[in-house]
Write a protein that binds this ligand. Structure first.
Ligand code: ADP
Length: 402
């Protein structure tokens, strides 16, 4: 098993994120390289860093060099083979946004699985096709390498049925209109390391706030997801960089019936033009809004905090109380100001912030007398995918890693 590596791929509409982990053992998967190609099909740009964050590549490419995800895979694959010539590729793990109701665990991809995943494209038309294009591209180029699909929805399949339903006629539930939840690989990673990082709450009632450019919250009971704020799509719940979060469906009817928006226009509005960007008119980036003196920037931040607090209250009610609150992802890990504002508004739950610890972004940021503890735990979805990939392939081979 020495010199084996796992490649983790997260393919989007115009970007390809990738990470390489060395397989030293089931629990020991050190990061070797991570990179990202943006602007696929328009202005491709490749950045690759090693595990110490040293930049290895930073270059513009011509549009024809990376016109599609397949081209990007060929290019990145050639670069990785050259750079890691003494390592052998063990398997590829993919982030796949939707596993529907069928896939509640990672799965080894074969022709049948790929067909089943294609059936789910209507449930996630903006993400699923690109995730699958990467699987197909690697399958065509290196058919002997096993590929594993890891799903953003899978971790939430432990929701009780009541948290899976919408109050629509039953036939829609049966046809797949359900509350799936997303960011599952992030929550699974947090649940996995909670016993080490915060053993006193790992078996209790925990709210995890994944606050990045996409944002959601998850209610964990004893490490299992019992509810989450994203639903049928990644639009629901808290406001995000460019998505609105929960919206009265009546607004959508009004936009279509009275304002004449088409389905495509509505999609663009909801995925790309709303949230912090729409409210502020300035940026989708929380850092820029926090620095801005513009009143609408400040209002957007206030809105973000208010609705995150509101969702914490809702999940606290579902859990019947809270033992701990965990912050993760870009804003959650790096913004003491936002964490402080959210936690101060949650004082009624019994949480009290340790201001100095919060400023330092320590792991534990609540004061010693706080009834509810608060934590900052960096997420690592790529590592979660690498671990799943290794475990699945080893279980299929009946083998084990020394
Ligand atoms: P993604 O959902 O794309 O993976 P991340 O989890 O990396 O996103 O989060 C990215 C977002 O985190 C950025 O858009 C930015 O708003 C926010 N962010 C990063 N660092 C900070 C910071 N120091 N203060 C406030 N916000 C931050």
């Amino acid at each position: 098993m020495s010199n084996s590596i796992i490649l983790v791929v997260n393919a989007g509409s115009s970007s390809l994120k990738f990470s390489v982990f060395r397989v030293n053992g089931a629990e020991n998967l050190p990061l070797v390289i991570r990179g990202q190609m943006d602007g696929i099909g328009t202005r491709p740009y490749l950045k690759v860093r090693d595990a110490n964050e040293t930049m290895l590549v930073e270059s513009d490419l011509t549009t024809s060099e990376a016109a599609t995800v397949g081209d990007a895979i060929t290019l990145v694959g050639a670069w990785l083979r050259e750079r890691l010539q003494h390592e052998s590729l063990f398997a590829v793990g993919h982030r796949v946004v939707h596993g529907g109701t069928q896939f509640s665990h990672p799965v080894l991809v074969d022709r049948e699985v790929l067909m089943a995943l294609e059936q789910l494209i209507p449930l996630a038309p903006l993400h699923q096709p690109h995730n699958l294009a990467a699987i197909r591209a690697i399958g065509e180029r290196q058919p002997q390498i096993p590929q594993v699909a890891c799903f953003d929805t899978a971790f939430h399949r432990t929701h009780p049925q009541i948290a899976d339903l919408y109050a629509l006629p039953w036939k829609y539930y049966e046809s797949g209109v359900r509350h799936y939840g997303f960011h599952g690989l992030s929550y699974e990673y947090i649940a996995l390391i909670l016993p080490k990082m915060a053993p006193e709450i790992a078996n209790g009632r925990v709210i995890v706030a994944h606050l990045g450019s996409g944002a959601s919250l998850c209610a964990l009971r004893a490490g299992k997801s019992i509810d989450s704020t994203m639903g049928f799509s990644p639009l629901d719940g808290v406001p995000m960089g460019t998505r609105p979060g929960a919206l009265d469906p009546g607004v959508l009817l009004y936009l279509v019936n009275q304002c004449g928006l088409s389905g495509g226009e509505l999609e663009t509005l909801l995925y790309k033009e709303s949230g912090l960007l729409g409210l502020s008119g300035i940026s989708n980036d929380m850092r820029i809004l926090l620095e801005s003196q513009e009143s609408r920037a400040q209002l957007a931040v206030e809105y973000f905090v208010h609705y995150t607090v509101k969702q914490i209250g809702a999940l606290a009610a579902v859990l019947g109380g809270v033992d701990g609150i965990v912050f993760t992802a870009g804003i959650g890990e790096h913004s003491p100001v936002i964490r402080a504002r959210i936690l101060q508004a949650c004082a009624w739950l019994g949480v009290s912030v340790d201001t100095a610890a919060n400023e330092r972004s320590d792991s534990c940021i609540s004061s010693t007398d706080s009834k509810v503890s608060a934590w900052v735990i960096p997420t690592n979805e790529e590592l979660m995918i690498a671990r799943h990939t290794l475990a699945l392939i080893n279980s299929r081979k009946g083998g084990h890693v020394e």
